[in-house]
Design a protein around this ligand. Sequence first.
Ligand code: ZN
Length: 415
Amino acid sequence: MLRLYDSLTQSLQPLPSSRRPLRLYVCGITPYDTTHLGHAFTYCSYDILVRFLEWQGVPVRYVQNVTDIDNDILREARARREDWRALGNRWVRRFIDDMIALNVRPPDVYPRATAAIPEIIRAVEVLLSEGHAYAREGWVYYRAQHAPFGCLSHLPPQEWLRLAAERGNDPNDPGKEAPLDWVLWQPSGQGEPAWPSPWGPGRPGWHIECSALANLHLGPCIDIHGGGTDLSFPHHEAEIAQSEAYTGCRPFARLWVHTGMVCLEGVKMSKSLGNLVMVSDLLQRYPADGVRLYLGSHHYRQGWSHDEGLLAEKARQAAAWRRAATAGAHLPASVVEDCKRRFRRALENDLDTPQAIEVLDSLAAQLLSAPHPGSNGLGAAALVRLAGILGLRLRAPEPEPRVTAGWSAHRKQFE
Ligand code: ZN
């Protein structure tokens, strides 16, 4: 049985529900710096989770949002004198192309935040009427004292203000009752896009969009909520407060899963620091299978630093697996079954991809070292199938048809 590390209880937890399909929400990109290695690591990690669940016979309904309205996008659009929507669409299309190239199974629903404005307004109205929020001169704020801050991030209160400020909070906003209160709705500035609302024309804050989109597409209670570990505070803790107050359903998410941060020379990759390693550049030099194997060789919760030497090594390993997949060597059924068992056990243990890769590497080595006339083909078929759960395409140069078709359908919203 699959067990995942839950950030809320800080323990390994079994899959939360027997209801089908399993409802998964993962926070998506803010389209202005995609796709760097950190994005790829996060979305490939959830890809492996979804593929493993599907292999285990658990259907998944997967929603990933696009934060298409945001201060960073508006600032970037102003600086480039480009329409904010055209700029966002361009970066989303680039992200989608990279996800296709990496053979990432597309989410079932891929909504942009601005497509859910009526649901967002409904949520804000409920939060106001229940006393969790207050409106001032076109702004609506959520009362941070009603939030379970620290429940996922386990950060001490003295860290909250500093980190929230780093992640978009303005503690000096004079309209606020308290510096950690967050924006649910704000009036749009000159030249910025605006939607009509009961508080005047404006635009939504960041946190509320995920609460609204999750409720709209998955219902009030979801099974697994995911995202990068830097989203746990304040974004995900704000989501818990908003969603539970809005829908009355607790818990909002039964399991909280967070992926580690990717660094370059010890510093977290970010647009503002200009230290991004872009996936499209890596894919010019390495095959997608090599990049997938490189990403999977780090456990999803582990933070790690980009290492070109390791990437080259993983590309060689992927090439060896490809040779093994066509070697046709004979392996007894018992050996193949044992490999499958160990592979499944590795992933059941908090999605231990480094261990799963070791299992497949030993299978590949046996296939390459034991050629035998009259092969039963079992070993090679198992290698192809199991590597596929890690997102690799050992016998085909192109992504799976469902990957290309699913993402291409989502892409239409961003043209
Ligand atoms: Zn989110």
